[in-house]
Design a protein around this ligand. Sequence first.
Ligand SMILES: Cc1ncc(C[n+]2csc(CCOP(=O)(O)OP(=O)(O)O)c2C)c(N)n1
Ligand code: SF4
Ligand SMILES: [Mg+2]
Length: 268
Amino acid sequence: MRAIDTSLPPQRPATKTAEFKPSLLLKEDHHLCAGCGEPVAIRLILEVIEELELTQNNVCILGHGCYGSFIMLMDVDSTLCLHGRAPAVATGMKRMRPGVAIWTLQGDGDMTSEGLAEIMQTAARGEDVTCFMLNNGVFGDTGGQMTASSVIGQRTKNTIEGRDAGYHGNPIQLAEILSQMPGAGYVARGSVHNAASINATRKMIRKAFQRPMDGHGLALMEILTMCPTGWFVPPGEGAEYMMESLGKVYGLGELKDAGAASDDDSDD
Ligand SMILES: Cc1ncc(C[n+]2csc(CCOP(=O)(O)OP(=O)(O)O)c2C)c(N)n1
Ligand code: SF4
Ligand SMILES: [Mg+2]
């Protein structure tokens, strides 16, 4: 057996991550915080777009949040819009280009706090668009304030003693609400806290693109993402903290799949 010298740190990385970079990512690095879950979620989305051969046939509409900086890193036709309004912009684009996969990239603050009317009305109309909500339970970009999705007891920058139901109200569980609406054909919640969840989320993202393209109405794909900076926890503790807080309230899995009967996915 070959003895490994452990007296020094490794002189080369264990994995050459650059070799696995999706083609739709322009660079291997990003500007988000260490331990942030958003780059993982975005990477998964880009990989699925490539797999589904939508590379030349998709448009992304970004809301406002830390994920917004990826507009410079994705080789995808993209546009920014006013905070929370992405589903409305997506509606216009889809109606002009029905054959194109139109997707929004939003956060919990963007979608559930600032843009609640837009996502609800877009679901009510049954628009064939894919809406991603990266849910970290805070307005990460502005410093970690409470959003409509922060859970009871969650410590945020403006709920230092924890969110209190009586004073701050209860969280809005948007996916559960949309799953009751006829115009929303696919509603699922994934997470990026460990390898198994990343794998399961990737499969759900596939359907989140496929169902609207097959005319089943709006897809809401929520993904729980770590925000150690906004939660005031060390980067390495983000995943565990997330599942002890958001993970207790926001159950993972598919909430609705109107196209399940016509599913020919062999990898499920
Ligand atoms: C109308 C409006 N209100 C507030 C802001 C400030 N703002 C920019 S990003 C952001 C936080 C977004 O939070 P979220 O969508 O959850 O994304 P995260 O940063 O957590 O990924 C806020 C409040 C803004 N740009 N426009
Ligand atoms: S503040 Fe939170 S969401 Fe924003 S980049 Fe940092 S860890 Fe990610
Ligand atoms: Mg957020």
